[in-house]
Design a protein around this ligand. Structure first.
Ligand code: 2BA
Length: 109
């Protein structure tokens, strides 16, 4: 068994959940926050037999979009008083960031 951990942009998470449900996958979704942009995203934990990992990855790839976002490298509090000096930098976010890990044992009691 494998555990697919997928970090998905908030704008894609509804489509991801719907597509996974329609394909019959079980998953747990938790609200998460990216460490860099400090913006909300969603983390899906999807437990699947090894043979079905590629099906899950195909769904995630299908529903996820790469987006460009801007981040201010100089925090407002670091700007001189009375000014709004910012230096926005463009970053590409997503589609989905996915990790696949081995599950040593899984039980449902
Ligand atoms: P964030 O950490 O908010 O990162 C958002 C985007 O900012 C990243 O998109 C990447 O393009 C950029 N970025 C992140 N750290 C950077 C840095 N130190 N310097 C320059 N640019 C940086 P993605 O790579 O698509 O990541 C989307 C979200 O997936 C991340 O949100 C984070 O929540 C998660 N993530 C990405 N890589 C991860 C990892 N190795 N471990 C755990 N979570 C990860």
């Amino acid at each position: 068994m494998k555990l697919v951990i997928a970090i998905i942009h908030d704008r894609d998470e509804k489509r991801a959940g719907k597509a996974l449900r329609q394909a019959g996958f079980r998953f747990t979704k938790v609200a998460s926050t990216g460490g860099f942009l400090v913006q909300g995203n969603s983390t899906f934990f999807i437990g699947v037999p090894k043979e079905e990992v590629n099906d899950v990855l195909a769904i995630l790839e299908d529903v996820s979009r790469t987006r460009e976002q801007y981040v201010n490298v100089m925090p407002p509090e670091a700007s001189p008083v009375g000014t709004f000096l910012t230096n926005p930098v463009k970053v590409q976010v997503g589609g989905a960031v996915v990790f696949v890990v081995d599950v040593e044992r899984a039980e449902r009691f």
